[in-house]
Ligand binder design. Structure first.
Ligand SMILES: [Zn+2]
Length: 63
């Protein structure tokens, strides 16, 4: 199990496991879906949600 990640936004500390500040868009994939979210500090995140749960694929800087 790798479901106990304690990742958080490096810019503002918003926990990845919390509700996203804003969901920008969702895209369905074969395995699940990809969700683009924007943090409260303005950082864009790409999250992948599949049968294994949610993980952050990449994270942009602010602005
Ligand atoms: Zn943030």
């Amino acid at each position: 199990m790798t479901g106990t990640q304690r990742e958080a936004c490096p810019h503002c500390g918003w926990p990845d496991r919390a509700e996203p500040f804003q969901i920008v868009s969702r895209h369905g994939t074969a395995a699940g879906h990809t969700v683009w979210t924007r943090c409260g500090c303005g950082s864009l995140q790409v999250r992948v949600v599949d049968a294994c749960g949610m993980r952050v694929l990449s994270r942009s800087g602010r602005g």
